[in-house]
Design a protein around this ligand. Sequence first.
Ligand code: NAD
Length: 495
Amino acid sequence: MEKVLNYIDGKWTEALGGEYFNVINPATGEVIAKAAKGGREDAKAAIKAAKREFYNNKNGWRRFSSVKRSEMLLKIADELEKRREEFAKTETADNGKPLREALGDVDDAVSYIRYYAGAIRMPSGASYEVNDGFGPMHSYTVKEPVGVCGLITPWNYPLLMGVQKIAPALAAGNTIVFKPSSETPLSTVKFFKILAEAGFPDGTVNLVMGGGSTVGSEIAESEDVDMVSFTGSTEVGQSIYRASAGNVKKIGLELGGKSPNVIFADTDLDGAVEWAMMGVFFNQGEVCSAGSRIIIEESIKDEFVKRLKERADKMTLGNGITNPDMGPLISESHMNKVLGFIEKAKEEGAKVVCGGYRYTENGCGKGYFVRPTILDNVSPDNTAVKNEIFGPVVTIQTFKTEEEAIEMANDTEFGLAGAVFTKDGARALRVVKEIRAGIMWINCYNPAYVEAPWGGYKKSGVGRELSFDGLEEYTETKQITINLQPGELGWYEKR
Ligand code: NAD
């Protein structure tokens, strides 16, 4: 059985407590690896190394030129690309997603690293001519790394969510302490093997696996961590926000969602069905931006639901390695949570159009499979409308007017994403402006690119990832003012 270790201060290390936790393939329920179970002391050791490296090493990573940092990142991307298949197979075994989706994740990860390798060589900062009574002055800003960055990720895109943080954090010159989800540490460990070979000074990159309430909390609470970037549930994000207040950390939070997919009657119906599938059933529906609330104009609802059901019923479920349409959910407990939401929604009046149960046929008996589920006849306060289910479950609500559609779309505590389907361009632009969310799509659902920013309004988060904005999150801005006439005196009296 493979045993994987933490990486702290340039060394692969057993957990200080000597314990391991099981890593399970959710398609089969089998234990596929044992991972070192770090605790608070392991996190402290990693933070200490990252702090020493950032603040005390005169030849440390942050003092590498941006050209050198960029070149190292490009080599890391090349190595990851070479091992594309191996990484994707690991991700599928650990997370359950179909292999082709895991391959797509590795491709995206490579692209993200290359983007930030380029972005760090772009001009940054600004320049200001000022003359407000102190004579001619010139101000300019420089971007500097924040310091020790604690990075904490979920299980739905293990490699990609990690790289989304690691690449910009390192590009900007920070040192990092990384904690992956205990459900899915394996692709991260492999990625750290590449980082370990890349030539970073010891203490620059640290990996600590273990529980959220131990390793995660230590990172959030530590006065020696300068920034936390977290992707995960809103509830945990809130606790990290509170814990970070101790030393007023810089913070990035990418949290949950309950995103509306608004479909008008004038849309191309087949296109809307296709994108709705992508919106809610891709990655088993375990997607933060999932279009899990379909809000559709009443006149086309029956036809739309009929077509969506036909597509959903045809979906094949199976072990991700065989490339089915959908893999298993991440764990038995998560599957039970999803099924529990469906049961409660039914008790509250929802009608199950399709799915709604655990799937055990075709070799799926030991895994955690749930059939793609459509719930109709839901009231606005139905459990399935209100809560992030994070599985292949979509609700159907109808509207008669544009105003009603917008009101329904905004009737949520979340504000991550959403979409509008219509052939009326002006209406599309009006509606996306009215919906309170950080990411909106018109006539498509879910495409994401490293070039464009990602992040939420309301309880979906703070800050942005991806794009140049994502790089700036890992920097501090320093403003510097120069007196252009140092020989001129008497300012004290004049003021
Ligand atoms: P989670 O919040 O349970 O866990 C996320 C990470 O936080 C894990 O590594 C976990 O161990 C750690 N953690 C748990 N408790 C902690 C604590 N008290 N202090 C510090 N760390 C702690 O989320 P999950 O179940 O792994 O992932 C699903 C959630 O992630 C969903 O809500 C989803 O919407 C969200 N998500 C958001 C985005 C986005 O871009 N907004 C992307 C992916 C996932």
